[in-house]
Design a protein around this ligand. Structure first.
Ligand SMILES: Cc1cc2nc3c(=O)[nH]c(=O)nc-3n(C[C@H](O)[C@H](O)[C@H](O)COP(=O)(O)O)c2cc1C
Ligand SMILES: [Fe+2]
Ligand SMILES: [Fe+2]
Length: 390
């Protein structure tokens, strides 16, 4: 597919995979994007998942006919993009792999490939004719070898996973004909929260390094190509990587017998009465990446867990550990939950929140046995959210 005369899309959509990285649900699929830059010499930027070799090579040949690939640039060695490097080298034996030294080492480790590898350094340029590719290291976005490739003549940035999204792409992958940002935003944030979330500082460093480029097109390896909505996309990444969030509540809970759940619903209804934006997430019914997404979206986290063997209920603990693993900062927090004989969950949740540096909105609400409105002052939590926002 033509993005311009010189830049073509040759990636694929994956609707078969249920769990990306064997972990994150992708109910609307995911794309593995790969691109050609065509001049006197031809470069292929990244490959796709191993399951798509046939479709991938068909896409490449549709664009190139009998012409050959001269360079295969590896921006990122995670196998969803690098799995078919050896396959491409078999198809085009003359093709030189272009990679930085860390990626070259990984290429040897994964695929035993060491010959005809051209190792590039920060700022180095590769001439394809009139068109050039320049390489900028963006380590830990989100692997150490990740680099971005810049084509100045096309004002096009190939930044690996950065600015990527879950959700397969439409036939016209670019946002130039229709606004895709609003359509992809939620899945972009969920992708960021699940995959990149820990690496706020490296993302900030990458944004600074690439910030002076006159970018007219961002070709991420997942999700749409951004041409029209670049300011929105960059702003979103800037905010996410600084853990900046809007006013609102991520209300996440787990419940075995429905009591903590009833309390969660009571809180939701009090938030609604006060027009406080929120997302409610049952952590036993839904993958925790959806709640993590809302942790990145909203500035307040209210978490419910029954006491379970004097611990936090395990699905809730997994979520809270996910929040801690990502180094989420500057959030307000409150906890609640049911117990039967000795309460522990609310205190333990508060401890985890304090370790993360979150501001406690209240001491939390622990209630004994069954939920009843008179035992559980949901309105006080909603009021605490309002007071903290003032
Ligand atoms: C495996 C298991 C362990 C539990 N451990 C404790 C406990 O250590 N302390 C306690 O007070 N209640 C404990 N309980 C009781 C629950 O906290 C209680 O049933 C609570 O009301 C469940 O909330 P839910 O309806 O939201 O699931 C335990 C329950 C189960 C099933
Ligand atoms: Fe990756
Ligand atoms: Fe990826």
């Amino acid at each position: 597919m033509k993005l311009s005369e010189r830049v073509r899309y040759v990636g694929v959509n994956d609707f078969r995979m249920k769990l990306f990285e064997s972990h994150w649900p992708v109910p609307e699929g995911i794309s593995y994007n790969s691109y050609l830059v065509i001049d006197e010499k031809i470069a292929l930027l990244d490959t796709v998942d191993a399951a798509f070799a046939d479709e991938f090579i068909r896409n490449v040949k549709n664009e190139l006919g009998d012409r050959k690939i001269d360079y295969l640039v590896i921006n990122h060695m995670e196998p969803d993009h690098s799995a078919l490097v050896s396959f491409i080298r078999n198809e085009y034996p003359e093709c030189t792999v272009v990679a930085n030294s860390k990626a070259a080492q990984m290429l040897e480790g994964y695929q035993g490939l060491t010959d005809n590898v051209h190792v590039v350094k920060e700022g180095e340029t590769l001439q394809l004719g009139e068109t050039s590719l320049q390489f900028f290291m963006i380590p830990m976005v989100h692997w150490p070898e990740t680099m971005a490739t810049w084509c100045s003549e096309e004002h096009t940035l190939f930044p690996g996973d950065a600015f990527g999204s879950y959700k397969a792409v439409p036939p016209c992958i670019s946002d130039c004909k229709s606004n895709l940002f609003d359509e992809y935003k939620e899945e972009m944030i969920r992708y960021y929260a699940s995959i990149v979330g820990k690496y706020g500082q490296p993302v900030q460093a990458a944004l600074k390094k690439l910030g002076n480029l006159d970018i007219h097109r961002i070709c991420s390896v997942h999700g749409p190509v951004w041409e029209k909505e670049i300011p929105e996309v960059v702003k979103l990444y800037d905010n996410l990587s600084q853990y900046k969030a809007g006013c609102g509540v991520c209300l996440a809970y787990g419940s075995m017998y429905g009591n903590t759940e009833k309390a969660a619903k009571a809180i939701a209804s009090e938030l609604e009465k006060r027009n406080i934006p929120y997302g409610i997430h049952n952590l036993t019914a839904e993958d925790y990446s959806y709640a993590l997404r809302d942790v990145f979206k909203y500035d307040t986290l209210i978490v419910g867990s029954p006491t379970y063997n004097m611990e936090i209920f395990p699905p809730v603990r997994q979520f809270m550990e996910g929040v801690a693993d990502r180094g989420v900062k500057n959030r307000k927090f409150a906890a609640f939950g049911s117990f039967t004989w000795a309460a522990a969950s609310v205190k333990l949740l508060n401890d985890m929140a304090a370790d993360a540096g979150f501001e406690l909105l209240s001491e939390g609400i622990s209630f004994k046995q069954g939920y009843a409105p008179e035992k559980f002052d949901a309105a006080s939590l909603a009021e605490a959210v309002i007071s903290a926002g003032k």
